[in-house]
Design a protein around this ligand. Structure first.
Ligand code: IYR
Length: 224
């Protein structure tokens, strides 16, 4: 059993309640400008920005601090082409029947289809992998805990960090996603969790009216 050891919380910043109210409101005003975008510009985005956003994702709370995630940041045109080919192949099956009528009906207001040109246009694709086994030290093969929750939170941090930096994103979860493990050369004990597309929006980028409808606070929250 490893010993418990701790240092003082030295980086906490306390704000006045007025300042907290301002910050809370201003964060909401900013994050509500985040939209899933399906039309990306080819404009390059420096690697350093992506590095910082991934570092931010890596600070997410997670099970036993095993940090059960791996991010593959894809910039190579060759690799992006492979991802697009495979993703579109799967999406064609999905849209031509595999999804079922109810699912396809739910997607209609978003206007999505099997064509995913942004997988090549966008400067960065970030493939996120979850690790069932690991630990805090590289090479460890301990049990990981709350893997799905941990990687989900890290992905949320990543999306927020990319938005904060001034980029737009799209979460993409082609089914099955196993082709990502192959293309990204990830080991068998890692599972692809999600593919994030990141970059500048195309000049003609739009947001579906359906996506702008957000539930009210009353609908999503109960105070007791
Ligand atoms: N992965 C498909 C389908 C899709 C599914 C859901 I749920 C969405 O919110 C959006 C799309 C695609 O990317 O087209």
């Amino acid at each position: 059993m490893k010993a418990h050891d701790a240092t003082p919380l030295s980086d906490y910043i306390e704000y006045s309640q007025e300042e907290m109210k301002r910050r809370a409101a201003s964060f909401y005003d900013d994050i509500k400008r985040r939209h899933s975008i399906r039309s990306f510009s080819e404009r390059p985005v420096p690697k350093e920005i992506i590095e910082h956003c991934i570092k931010a994702a890596g600070t997410a709370p997670n099970g036993a601090n095993h940090q059960p995630w791996h991010f593959v940041a894809i910039h190579s045109a060759d690799v992006k082409k492979k991802v697009r080919e495979q993703a579109e192949l799967h999406e064609q099956g999905f849209y031509s029947g595999r999804a079922g009528e109810e699912w396809l009906d739910a997607l209609k207001p978003l206007g999505t289809d099997a064509q995913k040109p942004y997988l090549e246009t966008a400067p960065w694709l970030i493939a996120i992998f979850s690790q069932k086994k690991g630990g805090i030290t590289p090479g460890e093969k301990q049990q990981n805990y709350y893997v799905h929750e941990s990687v989900g939170i890290a992905t949320g941090f990543l999306i927020t960090a990319l938005h904060h930096a001034g980029l737009v994103t799209l979460t993409h979860t082609p089914k099955p996603m196993s082709f990502l493990s192959k293309i990204c050369e990830r080991p068998d004990d890692e599972r692809p969790y999600m593919l994030l597309i990141a970059g500048y929006p195309a000049e003609n980028a739009t947001v579906p009216a359906h996506a702008r409808q957000k539930k009210s606070l009353d609908e999503i929250c109960t105070f007791l």
